[in-house]
Design a protein around this ligand. Structure first.
Ligand code: M6R
Length: 613
């Protein structure tokens, strides 16, 4: 949700800022801007729309700004329409300071009123502009800019990651953080700030993670980090474990397609060092609960948003099935406005690809405040959520750039398989032979995904036939119901087609009224407990003239009579099938969006990391 970059001491600051923003485009893409110190003053360039427009505006200008401080921003609008005026950076009335901001200033209306009464003029509809004026208002004669930033931020309620440059101080870049991610990157005679690692990874691997209420004053060869009162803090310098290549498309047309194809390796990676052989116990060393705590565990609460919420729903099914422990799953945005109920032997699991989703972060903090052990399942061990967690279940999916989550979903599912089996091992709730068979199957799954990925024709044909459809229904039962939700979400997100997932049994309680020849129904039906039932619900849909699509591993001739398209997946036990059934649904959404010419990696109105509640 908005991306920030900044640099000081960089040879060509404009190129750095533009390249950094390109790497952060997944965080927002409705307008972009940069501010660079030209020696005599601050120059601002902004453009509405995609970053491309800003690049065009700056064409030929990139060599002009060397070594002085610069900041850049890519926006996902919260206050004010996405136009050039509302694009960041924003400046104070006298242009003494320019800032970029990610987050929401909750008391901006009160602050705006006070500042307007003092004579400050506002040119945008944003909450951000108040911070620029507030800093200028705090910058008394003879006062250091750092003190002005600290004094201004003391008056601000809400969330911010902030980058600022001052007219009077071209050699310093200022940064601050509260409830929105911001890192400081340390280079050789040049330093950087960024909302996320990809923006600086090509330049440095040495970083400092700023914490809430910390303010950094950064020069090209030194930095000072203080708390809000100006007391100097000693911060740990960490080394990033990633390579820049992990954020490239590697020849694929879109990041989404690349990420779909990475799934076999992502799963191998997630299993690596946790499950080497089916006859060895699982090694979940990151789960810091004692054997006794695990044995006594009698309730699990899972909180997440979007795709991570769907993974959590599969996790509920697995933990309940393997251990008999009741599991509640709730959208973080609902959880945080209810009474937080934590019982003695319970744990709270937060699931998040980014580890920065504001609602989930607030939810896990609430659970922690009630003394719950918080286990975080995340793809980003460097994230704020990972830092808040008591235990971590890393999912090793690597950077996911496409806004539509794909490989992180598969990796989260694997994390839940591992956790559920681990709990079953400790609690002895499943026979040893069953556990061993399950482990064997887990090891086989990457190969089975590869088989789906090398047989995509049917999925492609299906996309050709249905890409002009306006409504889609996905049905399934049991452990594949969350897969139906996830398949429908993927289609909605990237093609803007209205797609809804239903438990197949719910169809006749209302949604069946919509069915006719214009609405395709996609049924997920794998052999197991609910196969026959989903088949009957599919027949009921066929009887209403719906176009029928099956995702199945069953060799049932009867299917030909019901379904217009049959997308085959390799056989696996029903309990593991979501890992396989989800792949054709991702590809179907991708191909449909591709036929419709949509902006697949950056769908309209969305952002990868939702850092506002
Ligand atoms: O980073 P998180 O997993 O916490 O993000 C949660 C959702 O915002 C995310 O899954 C969103 O729904 C994706 N766009 C799904 O493709």
């Amino acid at each position: 949700m908005c991306g920030i970059v900044g640099c000081i001491g960089q040879e060509n600051s404009v190129s750095f800022l533009l390249e950094g923003l390109e790497k952060l485009e997944y965080r927002g893409y409705d307008s972009a801007g940069i501010a660079v110190h030209g020696g005599s003053g601050i120059k601002i360039y902004k453009a509405s729309g995609k970053l491309e427009n800003l690049k065009t505006l700056l064409n030929g200008n990139s060599g002009k700004y060397r070594l002085n401080a610069g900041i850049g921003h890519i926006r996902w609008a919260t206050h004010g329409v996405p136009n050039e005026t509302n694009a960041h950076p924003h400046s104070s009335s006298e242009n003494t300071v320019s800032i970029v901001h990610n987050g929401i200033i909750e008391n901006y209306k009160e602050l705006k009123k006070e500042l307007a009464e003092k004579g400050f003029n506002f040119s945008s509809q944003t909450d951000t502009e108040v911070i620029a004026h507030l800093i200028e208002d705090s910058l008394k004669p003879g006062q250091a800019p750092g003190d002005a930033v600290r004094n201004a931020l003391k008056k601000v309620d809400g969330a911010y990651a902030l980058g600022a440059i001052f007219k009077q101080d071209p050699q310093t870049l200022y940064a601050a953080r509260k409830s929105a991610p911001l890192i400081l990157g340390l280079g050789e005679n040049r330093n950087f700030i960024a909302s996320d690692v990809p923006a600086i990874l090509e330049h440095t691997k040495r970083v400092i993670y700023l914490e809430d209420n910390e303010i950094a004053e950064i020069k090209s060869s030194s930095y000072k980090i203080t708390d809000i009162n100006g007391d100097i803090l000693e911060k740990k310098v960490e080394t990033l474990p990633w390579e820049p290549v992990s954020v490239s498309k590697m020849g694929y047309k879109h990041f989404m397609l690349k990420e779909i194809h990475e799934q076999p390796d992502v799963i191998r990676q997630t299993l690596f060092d946790k499950l080497k052989n089916s006859d060895e116990p699982l090694n979940l060393r990151e789960v810091k609960l004692t054997k006794k705590q695990l044995e006594d565990l009698d309730r699990v609460q899972v909180i997440a948003c979007g795709t991570s919420l769907h993974a959590a729903l599969v996790g509920k099914y697995l933990i309940e099935e393997f251990t008999g422990i009741p599991v509640d799953v709730e959208a973080s945005s609902e959880y945080i406005y209810k009474r937080t109920i934590v019982s003695k032997n319970s744990i709270t699991i937060g699931v998040s690809q980014s580890g920065e989703t504001a609602d989930t972060l607030t939810a896990i903090k609430q659970a922690k405040d009630k003394n719950s052990h918080v286990l975080v399942v995340t793809n980003r061990p460097d994230s704020t959520m990972a830092r808040e967690a008591d235990s971590l279940l890393p999912v090793n999916a690597g950077f996911e750039v496409s806004v539509a989550a794909t490989k992180s979903f598969s990796a989260q599912l694997m994390a839940f398989y591992l956790l559920a089996i681990y709990l079953a091992e400790v609690k002895k709730s499943l026979p040893g032979t069953t556990i061993e068979e399950y482990k064997k199957e887990l090891i086989q799954l990457p190969q089975k995904i590869e088989m789906i990925l090398s047989n995509k024709e049917k999925i492609h044909d299906c996309a050709v036939k249905f890409h002009n459809t306006r409504n889609f229904i996905y049905i399934a039962r049991g452990i594949n119901f969350p897969t139906a939700l996830e398949g429908a979400l993927k289609l909605k997100e990237i093609s803007y087609i209205n797609a809804t997932g239903y438990p197949a049994g719910e169809l006749k309680h209302g949604p069946i009224a919509m069915l006719d020849e214009t609405i395709p129904v996609l049924s997920i039906l794998v052999p197991g407990k609910v196969y026959e039932k989903v088949l009957s619900n599919s027949e009921e849909s066929k009887a209403r003239n719906a176009n029928m699509i099956a995702v199945t591993s069953e060799e049932d001739e009867h299917l030909e009579q019901i379904f217009d398209f049959i997308i085959k997946i390799p056989h696996t036990d029903e309990i593991f099938s979501p890992i396989l059934t989800t792949i054709p649904l991702q590809l179907l959404a991708y191909y449909i969006a591709e036929f419709l010419g949509k902006d697949i990696d950056q769908p309209r109105n969305l952002a990868k990391s939702v850092t506002v509640e």
